[in-house]
Write a protein that binds this ligand. Structure first.
Ligand SMILES: Nc1nc2c(c(=O)[nH]1)N[C@H]1C(S)=C(S)[C@@H](COP(=O)(O)OP(=O)(O)OC[C@H]3O[C@@H](n4cnc5c(=O)[nH]c(N)nc54)[C@H](O)[C@@H]3O)O[C@H]1N2
Ligand SMILES: Nc1nc2c(c(=O)[nH]1)N[C@H]1C(S)=C(S)[C@@H](COP(=O)(O)OP(=O)(O)OC[C@H]3O[C@@H](n4cnc5c(=O)[nH]c(N)nc54)[C@H](O)[C@@H]3O)O[C@H]1N2
Ligand code: SF4
Ligand SMILES: [Mo]
Length: 896
């Protein structure tokens, strides 16, 4: 890299100053030796075997990845010694993966943060001192109070990565009055969710295939064998269906992922062409008359003949040309898929969706299920109720699980004439003024509801996280206080250097508070760090879609007391609310977190004591969530309802608003789908509507009301010597949060560039050669599109791998940290040694592994801790929805 900016210098210099830290106050890892009981216990017991006659079993919910399995923690003498699966969990069915033990690693990480810290040097310089909770919260509250007094609550920005409090933090931001409760949806899954919500309604933003009973799985780039939100639940059932029932799985991928590797057939595809394959299959199925006409006519909102006419040009031969998958294979697979219906299903995730054309690709994939009529049927593409705290679909007997106490809402849309609106750039004001009223009422400024990406907030606020930092830099929003919660943007967002640059600029972000459990790259750029209790030390309510198709709920409960002064976020926010006052405190009227959740679950048919003992509750007598759309409208909803004769929709007045509650089918009132038409919206006017309002040219087919395929603009003229740089996840790591967990890091601590051996030959490369990768700016209607200057260059070693698509190089993330303590940095020279003789890091116990056994560190003659690649992945939001196009990056490589 040629030029080092001032900020990068600060980062580097910060690293060095940490390395040479001396004197009283230098690093957030607390200096004094722990002599408390906790620490004595740890010293004595870490590494010893469990004595099951003495150990206590505490059920809880894993926080190791987005899957959230039910677990049991074995606790002995106040220490969690082992994590096992909770057999009562209907989703994970008593199993856990290796990552679950990581919760023990991070709870007892010697360099964990367990006291509030305040920076004493420059921001990012790495100099800290311990302060009391009172001091920390007083300082934060004083600033926040001022914002409320000045009627600018929106200048408080709460940005989270994974918030599993089920709305608790929203209670806080709503009570404060800020709409800027930002998330990571665009980074993760918004392109994936939008097609589902368009088809099936907000409530079904995620499907739940009935894998246990399926016979044929058509997989477009999902990787449940090592990742996927819920992958662990799926993996078990997929393999069960394959082994017990001979089910088949076909995978389209760009690299031999774990899922591709165990599939019956794996086809390496040219990146971003899954949509062409799916559309070709739709044509084949219709041509062979293998579609389910009855289902289509009853439930799809568009005539099949018209659809056929519009997609006729996407033939198998066309798809072969685009994707490289032979036309005959596409035909055979389509036929086999349709013939297996209803015991067949599609599966896709970020691989197909996180592209410039990914929303339309996933709409095409989703259409395959509608076409063969497997939706909601046994063995098919099912839709389970994600949440269980409302009675719906005529299902009685489910408790109403809601947060106790009044629901705060002082968040106001940015209406023309308000100060907030007038502060917006003029072109934004103009755009918003032209929005339909429904959107105007949902507009809360450019961070929460970016006006150029209306489909990121049309269904519900998905946020465009990767634009938050550029927008702050451009002055599209004014920030006074920024609070990061479980957020690793400075490491794991695309062009993470932009996040760091903005976080380092005290003019753009005058105050930064990080609520974290460790000294992450994000926390290192804070003014105050508030230490959270880990998932083994805190409460949370849990629910997610269940692959057993029976909604359930579970409770995360503390197995042990928080170490040091760490506190659960609920207590941190309660205490902060009470210091801010002005009515906020009334929404946090509880003494302890257990009291709050006990109240929340008061309608559960089992006692609180029993619930805590089991950790999980579901109604075993509830019929599985098959064909919810055919369920009769409940008597409650029918009372006072009326039918619109033109579209057969059943409406009802609720709180002065006309709400659809079902649809008449063959003279019977059934629930249908929670969409405006109560049908499956394979045709959706919202796409052209959004395209019109943001001025997307007609030639950009993201605005098509029917699914379609078009080439990714950056790939149109891709050169012979250019490749596509893709990124993926490893089975033993989770995002940027596990690189420092010793056992996981020992297994995977490097991220070489995987490349096809033939391609390698073409570039004169062999295993372990060093290359330089230059990543180019994307094209199309996206951030900094078409700029000549590359996003950046990085160096890494190559690893030859058969089965890679010849035009793809793939590099994982998770590693290459420069914070997160010694294991994170793969640095055995415990950098935080102080000359004063006191231990600089939190010495809760002597863990010989850290630092002595980080054998892969360079100073021990190892290969080092991998390369940080996210600075070189361009910020690239897909038009309209804003999901990050992680897998489109065109790059050049050069041998060094
Ligand atoms: N072990 C582990 N599990 C996790 C996580 C983790 O970090 N580690 N993270 C969780 C989270 S937050 C998420 S979002 C999920 C993500 O779960 P997945 O989406 O299943 O996994 P990713 O690795 O994000 O997906 C990218 C996959 O798409 C492939 N791909 C890239 N381009 C294309 C293409 O054009 N076509 C096709 N067909 N495939 C392509 C990549 O090779 C890669 O295997 O995993 C969750 N589970
Ligand atoms: N190269 C590349 N980059 C990717 C991806 C990829 O496939 N490749 N995947 C992307 C995806 S799908 C996602 S979802 C994002 C995720 O990105 P983020 O949402 O930013 O999540 P993490 O990187 O896991 O960072 C989590 C932060 O939370 C902290 N943390 C962990 N546990 C706790 C806790 O219990 N309490 C608190 N308060 N803090 C905690 C960690 O210390 C860390 O700082 O990453 C994205 N980045
Ligand atoms: S799959 Fe995820 S949630 Fe389940 S045990 Fe593994 S880390 Fe924990
Ligand atoms: Mo994600």
């Amino acid at each position: 890299m040629s030029n080092i900016t001032r900020r990068e210098f600060i980062r580097i210099a910060g690293g060095i100053s940490v390395g040479m830290a001396s004197g009283a106050c230098s690093h957030p890892f607390v200096k004094e030796k722990h002599s408390c009981k906790q620490s004595q216990n740890l010293k004595r017991l870490i590494g010893t075997k469990i004595d099951y006659t003495k150990a206590r079993a505490v059920p809880s919910i894993c926080f190791g990845c987005t899957t959230h399995c039910g677990v049991i923690g074995w606790v002995q003498d106040g220490i969690v010694k082992k994590i096992e699966g909770n057999p009562l969990d209907p989703n994970s069915r008593g199993k856990v993966c290796a990552k679950a033990q990581g919760m023990i690693s991070y709870t007892y990480y010697p360099e964990r943060i367990i006291y509030p810290m305040r920076r004493i040097g420059k921001r990012g310089e790495g100099k800290w001192k311990r302060i009391s909770w009172n001091e920390a919260l007083d300082e934060i509250a004083k600033k926040m109070k001022k914002l409320r007094q000045e009627e600018h609550p929106e200048r408080f920005v709460f940005h989270y990565g994974r918030d599993k409090t089920k709305g608790f933090t929203k209670r806080f931001t709503n009570a404060f009055g800020t709409p800027n409760r930002l998330n990571r949806r665009s980074i993760c899954s918004s392109n994936r969710r939008a097609p589902l919500m368009s088809f099936y309604g907000r409530e079904f933003e995620w499907e739940t295939q009935d894998f246990e009973n399926t016979k044929f799985i058509l997989n477009f780039g999902a990787n449940p064998m090592e990742a996927y939100q819920g992958g662990f639940f799926m993996m078990q059932r997929i393999q069960q269906a394959r082994v017990d029932k001979g089910a088949k799985m076909i995978t389209f991928e760009v690299r031999p992922s774990a899922t591709a590797s165990v599939s019956d057939k794996y086809f390496p595809v040219f990146p971003g062409t899954d949509g062409a394959i799916a559309l070709a299959m739709i044509n084949v199925i219709i041509d062979n008359n293998l579609h389910d006409k009855k289902f289509w006519d009853r439930w799809a909102n568009y005539p099949l003949n018209d659809l056929k006419k519009q997609i006729a040009s996407f033939t198998p031969e066309f798809a072969e040309k685009e994707s490289g998958v032979p036309a005959e294979e596409i035909i055979d697979i389509a036929i086999e898929f349709a013939k297996a219906s209803p015991e067949c299903c599609t599966m896709s995730n970020r691989g197909s969706a996180k592209h410039y054309n990914g929303v339309q690709a996933d709409r095409a994939i989703r259409l395959l299920d509608v076409l063969v009529g497997n939706v909601g049927r046994p063995g098919g593409f099912c839709l389970s109720t994600l949440r269980m705290w409302k009675k719906r679909y005529g299902q009685d007997g489910l408790p109403n699980i809601v947060q106790p106490g009044p629901s705060p809402s002082s968040v106001k849309p940015f209406q023309p004439g308000t100060e907030q609106f007038n502060e917006l750039p003029v072109e934004v004001q103009e755009r918003v003024k032209n929005f339909p009223p429904e959107w105007q009422n949902k507009y809360f400024g450019e961070l929460a509801t970016p006006s150029e990406y209306p489909l990121s907030w049309h269904w519900y606020p998905m946020r465009v996280g990767q634009l938050v930092y550029p927008y702050i830099k451009e002055g599209r929003a004014k920030v006074e206080m920024y609070m990061s919660y479980t957020l690793g943007a400075s490491y794991g967002y695309p062009e993470a250097k932009v996040a760091r640059e903005v976080l380092l600029d005290e003019k753009l972000i005058p105050f930064h508070v990080a609520i974290d459990i460790g000294y992450s790259e994000q926390a290192s750029l804070a003014d105050i760090i508030l230490p959270e209790a880990t998932s083994l030390e805190r409460w949370d309510a849990h629910s997610t879609n269940c692959y057993g198709l029976v909604p359930y709920t579970g409770i995360r409960q503390p197995m042990v007391k928080p170490l040091g002064e760490a506190k659960p976020v609920q207590i941190i926010l309660r205490d902060l609310a009470s210091k801010i006052g002005g009515g906020m405190e009334s929404f946090f009227n509880f003494n302890d977190v257990e009291e709050f959740y006990r109240e929340w679950y008061k309608e559960l048919p089992i006692s609180w004591k029993e619930f805590k003992k089991r950790g999980i509750w579901y109604d075993p007598n509830r019929p599985k969530d098959y064909e919810l759309y055919e369920r009769p409208v409940s008597n409650d909803d029918l009372k006072g309802s009326f039918v619109n004769k033109e579209n057969n929709i059943i409406y009802k007045m609720k709180k002065g608003k006309k709400v659809a509650v079902g649809i008449m089918q063959d003279g019977k009132p059934v629930c249908g789908f929670p969409t405006p038409s109560r049908k499956i919206q394979v045709y959706d006017e919202v796409f052209p509507l959004a395209a019109k309002h943001v001025g997307l040219p007609k030639s950009d087919e993201n605005g098509s009301p029917l699914c379609t395929y078009f080439k990714i603009p950056s790939h149109v003229n891709i050169q012979h010597d250019e490749l596509i740089f893709t990124t993926f996840k490893w089975n033993v790591h989770t995002q940027g949060r596990t690189g420092h967990l010793k056992y996981q890091a020992e297994i995977v601590h490097a991220n070489p560039v995987f490349i096809n051996p033939e391609t390698a030959k073409r570039f004169g490369l062999k295993n372990s050669d060093m290359i330089e990768l230059t990543v180019h700016r994307p094209k199309g209607h996206t951030y900094r599109a078409g700029e000549k200057e590359p996003v950046g260059k990085f160096r890494n070693t190559v690893r030859l791998l058969n089965g890679m698509h010849p035009k793809v190089v793939a590099v994982s993330h998770h590693v290459g940290h420069w914070e997160h303590g010694s294991v994170g940095r793969s640095n055995v020279n415990l950098s935080h040694e102080s000359k004063s003789g006191t231990e600089p890091h939190l010495k809760i116990f002597d863990d010989k592994d850290i630092p002595e056994r980080i054998w892969w560190s360079k100073s021990q003659g190892g290969p080092g801790g991998g390369v940080h690649i996210n600075d070189f992945l361009p910020i690239d939001p897909a038009p309209l929805v804003g999901g990050q196009n992680w897998f489109d990056n065109v790059c050049s490589i050069e041998k060094i």
